[in-house]
Design a protein around this ligand. Structure first.
Ligand code: XIL
Length: 343
């Protein structure tokens, strides 16, 4: 079967073979994911169709963050998360749960609560047990701790960002979060997810050391998420990413590209040139992931340029009308080349 892409931008009457949907791509044992929001999923049929058609796994973009989920200490609101998880189940898609412990999108009752260490540990335990437990068997992978590192790292200084978790509980909050998640779902794959730590440098070194130390203490951590929010001006260094993936793999860890997007407004050139350069960035990162056995997924941070946290930039694979862009075609081509599309 030929691999071609729906709405590939050529003549309208071009013969369109069955699209290289997520499912075709999945036959290659690499997931193509997208961060999904409940609101457009429920109200915009074109958005919902695109999710099911082009992707094999969804990440909850905001629905499982502490703030949206816990308007008050006593009450959970699972409405949006349930909508996403139910949609995924109905369409045979996997789910990445994002995220249990983060510095942002925290409710004010938590930030202003002045809790003791023991109480905050109890809150963390209860939160993770409730959330991971609710989706046990339905959410296969979790970003347990997200962006634990400081923005700038100095040699000899504590690498962990002084969030409410770090300040109140101490550095053990990381280990505790993983242990609580593992208790709640022993089969879920548990990730540490980080920004700007994909290549060589102090940040990726800090992630490496953090994960190595967790593993030495038998903390149940399975993988590292590399966000790869990027642009055209300083595109990701794929050779450095490959090197970093290999050293993490040598620790026994799985690696996923978890939040990729490639902005185009930071560079010159015509619109067409920028789309082509964007496609090359996606192609390069996907090729790197495909070449490293430890890399099991590439997820974009959004479905289409219609809804992106970087709006009005256009960093994703589908345009605002959900048409595949050159970047999507580059990805489909690469996956098609390594895995002939099958039914
Ligand atoms: C972003 C969402 O996309 C926005 O809708 C929200 O307002 C803020 O958070 N790194 C992460 C994600 O790990 O959780 C962030 O998501 C983007 C940066």
């Amino acid at each position: 079967m030929l691999l071609s892409v729906p709405g590939a931008g050529c003549a309208r009457h071009a013969v369109i073979e069955p699209p290289p949907s997520g499912r075709h791509i999945a036959s290659r044992s690499l997931d193509l994911g997208a961060a999904v929001q409940a609101q457009p999923l429920l109200t915009d049929p074109a958005y919902a169709r695109a999710v099911a058609r082009y992707f094999t796994v969804v990440t909850t973009e905001n629905a499982l963050k502490f703030g949206p989920l816990r308007p008050s200490r006593e009450r959970f609101d699972f409405t949006d998360a349930d909508a996403i998880v139910d949609f995924a189940a109905a369409h045979g898609l996997g789910v990445r749960g994002h995220t249990l412990v983060w510095k942002r999108q925290l409710p004010s009752w938590l930030v202003e609560g002045r809790f003791t260490r023991d109480t905050l540990i109890a809150i963390l335990r209860d939160h993770i047990h409730s959330v991971v437990g609710r989706y046990r068997g339905r959410i296969a992978a979790w970003d347990v701790v997200n962006e634990g590192l400081r923005d700038s790292l100095r040699a000899g200084a504590d690498a962990l960002r002084p969030t409410i978790w770090r300040r109140t509980i101490g550095p053990e909050y990381v280990e505790l979060a993983f242990r609580f998640a593992h208790e709640a779902d022993p089969d879920a794959r548990l990730f540490y997810n980080e920004a700007g730590a994909e290549g060589r440098g102090a940040r990726s070194d800090a992630v490496y050391v953090l994960l190595r130390d967790l593993l030495r203490r038998n903390v149940p951590v399975d993988g590292v998420g590399m966000q790869v929010h990027s642009g055209l001006h300083r595109p990701p260094d794929t050779a450095a990413i490959a090197w970093n993936m290999r050293r993490l793999a040598a620790l026994g860890l799985e690696v996923q590209i978890t939040e990729m997007d490639v902005g185009v407004t930071d560079a010159g050139g015509t619109a067409e040139e920028r789309l082509d350069r964007q496609a090359e960035v996606y192609r390069g990162v996907l090729a790197t992931c495909l070449a490293e056995p430890a890399c099991t997924a590439l997820a974009t941070w959004g479905v289409s340029d219609r809804y992106t946290w970087r709006y009005p930039d256009t960093p994703l694979l589908l345009d605002r009308e959900y048409r595949p862009k050159p970047a999507y075609r580059a990805i489909a081509e690469l996956l098609g080349a390594t895995a002939p599309a099958g039914p």
